[in-house]
Ligand binder design. Structure first.
Ligand code: SF4
Length: 384
């Protein structure tokens, strides 16, 4: 089996080239052809030494992911479904804005964490993606968009590891992929523009701070352990005080001086004034000094199996106002790609569940009812 060169960061590619008897600068040339120019055929890499160009096809390949489907939203958002084999597929979403182009990238086929409000979590877990499969999403999107727009300029300015999967449970593949994104010979993204989102894998947060500190987003979703245990099951292993301690340890290495906390607004579950007060006390009071942070409220995108409803727009606004008034910088995420199920928590791909997460979630549906404050279900809430 030949090596897929998308699996290598620059150091890995340099080691590969050395094994073929070529110096590091050849690896830099190769890396730039692949990632900066989007070239997949060795014969097109005109400034590579001829003997290397001729040798490579026998030992290496540049293999992206087949695109199964593409959906374009009226708001410009594009969602691709990529085939990762064995009946599994993962999604990546491109979100254009005036001042940036963001790609939301998947790290696993499915997810084992099984968050209550997450469509991916309901699919169960099949397997980790390789570094090459993570990078292939960016490689394809960047060069395909450049081709369509007729530009040689960079189109994707930001990457968020917020697609399918818990990236820190696929750490070994994640870190080389991040390095390719950051490398000046690769995509040249600044650390501030690459965000890893985690549900709170505490030991791996500490390792990321040492190995490749990029911007960090934490899926919080609840202001106390009792509720978070039910919404984000990983909380039972790493409860809130451990998670917030890890955030404080991460900050000195982080490219930004704050952590982003994601908070999915669930009607009657975590969106009451009391929840707001509790959240303020938690984030401003932790360890006696609080956690420097921004809070991002995400209007929930309902899907049938969840049994949950989106918080009314007025409740989201009141929650944001309460947090802002208490000095916590809080924004409400604009929902994008609603019409193509590309919004947060809606990425479902197509996953062969080898974990029976679906069954566990179905059982857990009952205990969540215990904490749910029932409100009448409203007809179609608009997006925030
Ligand atoms: S929110 Fe993230 S960690 Fe939780 S189930 Fe979904 S993909 Fe996994």
């Amino acid at each position: 089996m030949t090596a897929n060169l998308l699996d290598f960061d620059l150091e890995g590619l340099a080691a590969f080239c050395e094994r073929l008897g070529h110096k590091r600068f050849r690896a830099v040339q190769l890396f730039r052809w692949i990632h900066q120019k989007g070239v997949a055929r060795f014969e097109d890499m005109t400034d590579l030494a001829r003997d290397l160009r001729e040798r490579l096809p026998a030992v290496a390949r540049i293999q992206g992911l087949p695109v199964l489907t593409e959906q374009a939203s009226a708001d410009g958002t594009i969602k691709w479904l990529f085939d990762v084999g064995d009946g599994n597929a993962v999604e990546a979403v491109y979100i254009p804005e005036d001042d940036r182009g963001t790609l939301c990238v998947s790290s696993q086929a499915g997810c084992a964490v099984g968050c209550r409000f997450c469509s991916t979590g309901h699919q169960g877990f099949s397997r980790n993606l390789t570094t090459g499969e993570i990078i292939a999403q960016l490689w394809y999107a960047e060069h395909e968009l450049r081709r369509r727009l007729g530009t040689g300029e960079r189109v994707i300015s930001n990457v968020v590891m917020m697609g399918m999967g818990e990236p820190l449970q696929n750490y070994g593949a994640l870190v080389p992929a991040l390095r390719v994104m950051l490398d000046d010979h690769g995509y040249g993204l600044s650390r501030r523009r690459v965000t890893v989102s985690t549900s709170g894998v505490v030991p791996m947060m500490d390792r990321l701070a040492q190995d490749c500190p990029v911007a960090l987003a934490v899926s919080l979703h609840a202001p106390n352990d009792a509720l978070r245990d039910r919404l984000v099951p990983l909380n039972r292993k790493y409860p809130l005080h451990e998670l917030l301690d890890a955030c404080l340890r991460y900050l000195p290495a982080a490219p930004r001086d704050f952590i982003t906390f994601e908070y999915c607004m669930l009607d009657g579950i975590n969106d009451t004034p009391q929840h707001g007060q509790e959240l303020i006390a938690l984030l401003r009071g932790h360890a006696g000094r609080g956690v420097p942070c921004k809070v991002n409220l995400i209007p929930f995108n309902p899907f049938p199996e969840s049994g949950l409803q989106r918080s009314p727009r007025a409740a989201v606004k009141a929650f944001a106002d309460r947090l802002n008034a208490a000095g916590l910088v809080t924004t409400i995420r604009k929902t994008r790609g609603d019409d193509i199920d590309a919004a947060c928590g809606q990425l479902a791909g197509d996953v062969l569940d080898r974990t029976r997460v679906g069954e566990r979630l179905a059982r857990r549906g009952d205990d969540l009812a215990v904490v749910r404050v029932h409100r009448p279900v409203r007809a179609a809430e608009g997006s925030a």
